[in-house]
Write a protein that binds this ligand. Structure first.
Ligand code: CP
Ligand code: NVA
Length: 312
């Protein structure tokens, strides 16, 4: 069996995405029934950037699956001192069942995967955040009962990792994805093209707009993210004015569907990309979304390990 990795949202075919989401629902309903890591086998969980949700959900998830979470910060490993990614992959592959890595340049996880004989999972790169989208889609399906045909609007920094992942994963699920952001902060064309290619298979669509109203109008799902991603801190002041028209406010949501589902991957900055009243509203989906990181990633690990990954 060849090893499967999960580096981008479109690494799963549309039917495979639904398999993982169905498994995520089953895992959530019966959290300790599956123990593919019993032994315990270890999963290396590596961080080159800060994290709360990804760190906690993978650590808890691996333990729930009977395994041992081995959490390493790059500063405390030889990877952080320049040991080649390929050498790290070879060493980890001899000892762990899977590798989860949060890092910067996307090609770094590609290099890790190319040299790894166990599944490599992207825990966020500068380009995409595919594990987050598994949780997001699980949450939307819980709230609405479906994905295909829904309009999913992501507003704010349309050039960041979340924007690319909403395009890829939403299209993979047959959704009509709209990415709304100011000029200069629009998605990489290669990701829009890849998402459109996937949408052509699923009946979804992908549009990009600089007009906030066009993004919000009639949306079934509205998602946003910080205007200042990790590593962009020095740009914060410059981003505020152009991004403000894309803030998720009660007024803006007046244009969306009456039962709109609002998503935010967190951490959130109240009063900037999202109004406190929206984030903290009774019935806000964002806390389910954060919880679903655990269930969706456990499902992903089960799915990847079943498909041939995992020495150790
Ligand atoms: N949403 C998310 O990935 O959160 P962390 O940065 O806390 O992991
Ligand atoms: N776009 C954000 C997501 C954080 C989970 C960042 O990369 O910092």
């Amino acid at each position: 069996m060849s090893v499967r990795h999960f580096l981008r949202d479109d690494d799963l075919a549309p039917d495979e995405l639904l398999e993982v989401l169905d498994l995520a629902d089953a895992v959530k309903a019966d959290p300790y029934a599956r123990r593919p890591l019993a032994g315990p086998r270890s999963v290396a969980i590596l961080f080159d950037k800060p994290s709360t949700r990804t760190r906690v959900s993978f650590s808890v998830g691996v333990a729930d699956l009977g395994g041992h979470p081995l959490v390493l910060d790059s500063a405390g490993s030889q990877l952080g001192r320049g040991e080649p990614i390929e050498d790290t992959a070879r060493v980890l592959s001899r000892q762990v069942a899977a590798v989860v890595w949060r890092t910067g340049a996307h090609e770094r996880v590609e290099r890790m995967a190319a040299a790894s004989s166990v599944p490599v999972v992207n825990g966020l790169t500068d380009d995409v955040h595919p594990c987050q989208l598994l949780a997001d889609l699980q949450t939307v399906r819980e709230r609405t009962g479906r994905l295909a045909g829904l309009t999913l609007s992501y507003v704010g920094d349309a050039a960041n990792n979340m924007a690319h992942s909403y395009a890829l994963a939403g299209a993979n699920a047959g959704m009509h994805v709209r990415l709304g952001g100011p000029a200069g902060y629009l998605p990489e064309p290669a990701y829009v093209e890849a998402a459109r290619a996937r949408a052509a298979l699923t009946g979804g669509s992908v549009t990009v707009t600089e007009v906030p109203e066009e993004a919000f109008d009639g949306a079934d799902v509205v998602a946003t993210d910080t205007w200042v991603s990790m590593g962009q801190e020095t740009e914060a002041a410059d981003r505020h004015a152009p991004f403000t028209p894309f803030a998720v406010t009660r007024e803006a949501l007046g244009r969306a569907a009456a039962d709109v589902v609002v998503l935010h991957c967190l951490p959130a900055y109240r009063g900037k990309e999202i109004e406190a009243e929206v984030l903290d509203a009774p019935g806000s989906a964002v806390w389910d979304e954060a919880e679903n990181r655990l269930h969706a990633q456990k499902a992903l690990l089960c799915w990847l390990l079943e498909r041939g990954g995992g020495a150790g």
